[in-house]
Design a protein around this ligand. Structure first.
Ligand SMILES: Cc1cn([C@H]2C[C@H](O)[C@@H](COP(=O)(O)OP(=O)(O)O[C@H]3O[C@H](C)C(=O)[C@H](O)[C@H]3O)O2)c(=O)[nH]c1=O
Length: 186
């Protein structure tokens, strides 16, 4: 029995993953990752790292982050507590949807995740207090390869549902995209 429904999004390679928990009188068991099932969504490498974040305040924005090649990474982003408006921006050089974004509501209640391919920047805005996120990464954390888009970059024009708040100094300081920006060459 499949534990996931994999759906395309308008951005090639960006997949919506819906988990199908197994419930009983005690509660439920939900599978967060399956190498066999998620290979159909494009995840065909071992998980390198798993991260867990807690964000206290509703409206907080984290992101928009990505790692540069050769440390470009896939991410499977799941919300285990509360709810987020989760967004991915296509930075792949030559992509027909270059600089376009797509967002989904991920929550503990809807059991949804986003599978984000290499070459996308990722961010989210909490839609509740006390949000917990779980990230599966296909590449190791490489600080020297870390890059970011300013979440309020007018060229990307992410339509955050709430007023942007709670940015880390690093996220607030990401540069705006200029004419020299050519995207990520994978
Ligand atoms: C990503 C990462 C960070 N760190 C360290 C670096 C900083 O000292 C601290 C917080 O890092 P950062 O401010 O980049 O964390 P977030 O802004 O929450 O980034 C997270 O949220 C956005 C939306 C994402 O897409 C990132 O992948 C995800 O990690 O953890 C690590 O030690 N390992 C890691 O893999």
């Amino acid at each position: 029995m499949t534990r996931f429904t994999i759906s395309d999004t308008p951005r090639i390679g960006l997949k919506l993953i819906e988990r199908h928990p197994l419930g009983d009188a005690r509660g439920f068991l939900s599978r967060l990752f399956c190498a066999e099932e998620l290979s159909a969504a494009g995840w065909r490498v071992p998980i390198a790292q798993i991260n867990h974040t807690f964000t206290a305040a509703r409206g907080t924005v984290r992101g928009l982050h990505y790692q540069l090649p050769p440390h470009a990474e896939m991410k499977l982003v799941s919300c285990l507590r509360g709810a987020v408006w989760d967004v991915a921006v296509d930075l792949r050089a030559g992509s027909p949807t270059y600089l376009q974004w797509h967002a989904e509501i991920l929550s503990a209640e809807n059991h949804r995740a986003l599978l984000i391919p290499e070459g996308f920047a990722h961010g989210f805005q909490t839609q509740s207090d006390d949000v917990e996120m779980l990230y599966c990464h296909s590449s190791f954390y490489a600080p020297a390869a870390e890059a970011g888009l300013n979440p309020q970059d007018p060229r990307v024009a992410v339509a955050w549902p709430l007023a942007v708040q709670g940015l880390s100094p690093r996220d607030a300081g990401h540069p705006m995209i200029d004419a020299q920006f050519e995207g990520v060459r994978l």
